[in-house]
Design a protein around this ligand. Structure first.
Ligand code: AMP
Length: 442
């Protein structure tokens, strides 16, 4: 399978070969011909699958073929994304794929000045990549006109809903012409995504790279039970004894991530933190340091890491479990890619058992319980522990439209279902994947 056989134009093929893409990824192979034929698409794909090119290439081809209407150029394609990082990333990818086309790509997102964005919108835009909250601001001020939109993309739609953007999305969609092509990408096809598709799409074709909530079965899921107060020490111990080139560590709160990175630095472990309180430039700098190997450890919140183009990692550590079970899947999507083996290691305090149970239910895979010598918790993990309503972190408010409550469609206590395979055994946390049971389904 090559990009030529998918029906892409010479200008795009040239850009792809310059970008060193030779073979389409599975989602690209499935989605591109359907999108080129004008169908609406419901795409099940996470970051890392090549979904940006899957919707971006057909969109660029369509816009390049048609002559723009006379007058100032209004957006003919609108791509809604949940976070500013994803906006920047999608914008950069579209510019790269469309480098031999004369189409303007503009991004608008919150947390940056309005005026440069207004200037860009005034100069004329063909493709607008936007976070819903900021786009609404520009619409209300009359700077963004959506009546010429022919292609609408909802990227990471599940995350936009998680972040409470549904009302903003509905207001935006009400201003986009009904006669259009709609491409929706989501990591899962949960009922609320299907409802969105039913309301806003026309007879969509469904394309999916893997089953719902699929997780690479090359990933070992391991839990180290430990008291909350000793997690930092255990983390330092793990990072100091394991010789993994790059490690992504997830924390719950912005403050906690900062503190963690500082403590790791103090222990002689080069670490950088990214979260919603850091400026765009700071986050990009931290990510660049991590990618270049100047910082071995990247400490991140869920929202900050979402959609980031983080390279393949052998190890992802959850210093804290995510408040929403699906975020566990997003987190560990950074490891075990393309058949490589990976490990997802979670430090779990006894009172976090409810969250663990919720994750276990969704994961349908074995979780190996390893108590690290010297770090045994004061009591066993309590799988019936109540799930905190709101992790108290406020981190999920990032990017949410001001004053709008976050939707919490997940995160409800779920007390039925299988128990983790909790056969605690004494084990020095060497973390050799070979020691883990895997493959068995709960
Ligand atoms: P995405 O899921 O769109 O964020 O893409 C994930 C990563 O894969 C990005 O670094 C892309 O540049 C890269 N990528 C996408 N499609 C291809 C391809 N066909 N060949 C090689 N790399 C790709």
């Amino acid at each position: 399978m090559t990009f030529e056989t998918l029906g892409l134009s010479p200008a795009l093929l040239r850009a792809l070969s310059e970008t060193n893409y030779t073979v389409p990824t599975p989602i690209q192979a499935e989605a591109i011909p359907l999108a080129l034929a004008g169908h609406d698409l419901l795409g099940g794909a996470q970051t890392g699958t090549g979904k940006t090119a899957a919707f971006g290439l057909p969109l660029l081809q369509r816009l390049a073929k048609e002559t723009p209407p006379k007058g100032p150029r209004k957006p003919r394609a609108l791509i809604l994304v949940p976070t500013r990082e994803l906006a920047v990333q999608v914008g950069d990818s579209l510019k790269a794929y469309g480098r031999h086309l004369r189409l303007n790509v503009t991004t608008v997102f919150g947390g940056a000045g309005m005026h440069p964005q207004i200037d860009s919108l005034r100069r004329g835009v063909d493709i607008l990549v936007a976070c819903p909250g900021r786009l609404l601001d520009h619409m209300e001020n009359g700077h963004a006109k959506l009546d010429a939109v022919e292609v609408l993309v909802l990227d990471e739609a599940d995350r936009m809903l998680d972040m409470g953007f549904l009302p903003a999305m509905k207001r935006i969609l009400a201003r986009v012409p009904k006669a259009r092509q709609t491409l929706l990408f989501s990591a899962t096809f949960e009922p609320r995504i299907k409802a969105l598709a039913l309301e806003f799409m026309r007879d969509p074709k469904q394309v999916q790279v893997a089953a719902n909530n699929a997780i690479a079965d090359t990933i070992v899921h391991r839990v180290h039970p430990v008291d909350a107060g000793r997690k930092h020490d255990l983390l330092v111990d793990i990072l100091a004894t394991r010789h993994t080139e790059r490690v992504l560590v997830f924390g719950k709160t912005k403050h906690g991530c900062n503190r963690l990175a500082e403590q790791l630095e103090k222990a002689g472990l080069p670490a950088v933190a990214i979260h919603g309180n850091k400026s765009q430039a700071q986050r990009q700098k931290a990510l660049a340091a991590f990618k270049a190997g100047r910082a071995r450890i990247l400490v991140a919140t869920d929202v900050a890491a979402r959609g980031l183009d983080i390279p393949d990692l052998p190890l992802v550590i959850n210093h804290d479990l995510p408040m929403v079970a699906e975020d566990y899947i997003h987190r560990i999507g950074r490891t075990g890619r393309n058949g490589a083996s990976g490990e997802a290691l979670s430090l779990v305090a006894p009172e976090e058992g409810g969250l663990l149970r919720q994750i276990q239910r969704m994961l349908k895979a074995d979780i190996v319980m390893d108590t690290v010598e010297g770090f045994a918790p004061s009591r066993p993990i309590d799988l019936n522990a109540p799930i905190p309503k709101n992790g108290g972190s406020g981190q999920r408010s990032q990017g949410r439209p001001a004053g709008k409550p976050a939707h919490r469609a997940h995160g409800k206590p779920q007390v039925r279902g299988a128990q983790p395979h909790a056969g605690p055994k004494q084990h020095r946390g060497s973390g050799k994947p070979g020691s883990a049971r895997r493959g068995a389904r709960a």
